[in-house]
Each structure stands twice: as structure tokens, then as C-alpha cells.
Write a protein of this length. Structure first.
Length: 206
């Protein structure tokens, strides 16, 4: 049985920095898996800005809400066959004995269901990563590798249905990634049977 640290939060909330900090601080060799890795595998022609983007993997749609501009990520024709593979990839890695840090933005209950089904044989720590909206906006601007408005679109949806199921909640607004990672590792070492994914299993069986 492998261990999974499942980080769910908006883009720019700090998940990737925490994942890297976990890898650095832990005594175990964790693998880091997330959408960004899949995007790096894609041909530049089939992502936004590429010549074949309209027939590619995903697109950005600009909109606005009461907080300001938003940027919505929408699957392209090729998107589901790649992004939909993440739960299966995580399962394969875990089945081979690897401990995995999952870096996700859960906006669809069916995606979570796929993870719950795929990872049922393993120990999953379901962790919510929270951050102040203004701080996420500043990170989007400063990092220059994020579409501005992503966090604004995602923040009302990414935690909406999961608040009561997290094994641990981490707020990164004023905290260093290493500090957050240390808290997660201490929690993971103390709690041998996290319940978040187990509760989802019961819910989906109804």
C-alpha cells in the first residue's frame, strides 16, 4: 500500500511549492504528479498560442465576475484523453509502490470520483490548500507563467463541495511553503488512517 498526499487548491495557491518542499524535507522519495507535468509533455502547436490550438488540448476563455477578470480553462478536443488519464497514472505509480504527491484543481465531481475509485487500495491524505484571493492575484502577476484570472474563476468552485472531507486544511497566505510542508508531514506521520477519501467511498456507494 502506497501513500498519496492529495493537494487540492486553486492555481497559484501554493500547491507546487508545497509539493517541492515535501520532496525536499521528507525522508522518503515522493513522486510529484500534476497537470503541469502533462502540459509540459504536449506539443506547443496544440496548446494556447499554438498553430493548432483550436484542435488541441485546452483553451482559455476570458470572462468577469464581481471581483474582476476571470480566466476559464476549457478542454479542447484532445483534453479529456490526456487530463482524464491522471487518476490512472496515479494508480499505476502507487500500485508499483511509489508514494505520490498529487497536485490538483478539482472543479468536477466526476474527476474526484475517478480518483477515489482508482486509489481505493492506497492511503490518501486529502488536503485542501487555501489562499487569500489578493495574494493569489499577486502571484499570478509576479510569476508571469499563469493566465491572469485563473484563481478568480477557480476559488468559488475548487473547495465548494469538499470542505467537510479534508483531512487537513492549509492556508498559504502568510506561510512559507516549507512551513506548510512540515505541517503536512507531521500530520501524515501521526495519522495512519485518513478518512477523507474513505468518506467519499461511502458517499459514492449510495
Amino acid at each position: 500500500m502506497s501513500h498519496i498526499i492529495f493537494l487540492n487548491g486553486c492555481g497559484s495557491s501554493g500547491k507546487t511549492s508545497i509539493a517541492r518542499s515535501l520532496q525536499h524535507l521528507s525522508k522518503k522519495p515522493w513522486l510529484h504528479l500534476g497537470m503541469d507535468m502533462l502540459i509540459e509533455m504536449m506539443s506547443p502547436a496544440y496548446i494556447p498560442g499554438g498553430l493548432k490550438a483550436k484542435t488541441g488540448y485546452f483553451s482559455f476563455q476570458e470572462s468577469e465576475n464581481d471581483r474582476g477578470p476571470t480566466m476559464v480553462v476549457e478542454n479542447g478536443p484532445l483534453g479529456p484523453q490526456v487530463f482524464g488519464a491522471l487518476p490512472s497514472i496515479a494508480k499505476i505509480l502507487a500500485d508499483f509502490g511509489n508514494d505520490v504527491i498529487l497536485d490538483e484543481v478539482l472543479l468536477d465531481d466526476e474527476v474526484l470520483r475517478s480518483y477515489v475509485t482508482a486509489l481505493g487500495a492506497h492511503t490518501v491524505y486529502f488536503i485542501g490548500i487555501f489562499c487569500d484571493f489578493q495574494q493569489m492575484q499577486e502571484r499570478e502577476i509576479l510569476r508571469r507563467d499563469r493566465a491572469l484570472g485563473l484563481s478568480n474563476d477557480q476559488m468559488d468552485r475548487v473547495h465548494k463541495d469538499y470542505q467537510d472531507y479534508y483531512d487537513l486544511k492549509i492556508n498559504t497566505t502568510q506561510r512559507d511553503p516549507f512551513e506548510c510542508a512540515k505541517e503536512i508531514l507531521v500530520f501524515q506521520e501521526k495519522i495512519s488512517e485518513p478518512q477523507g477519501f474513505k468518506e467519499f467511498e461511502k458517499l459514492y456507494e449510495r
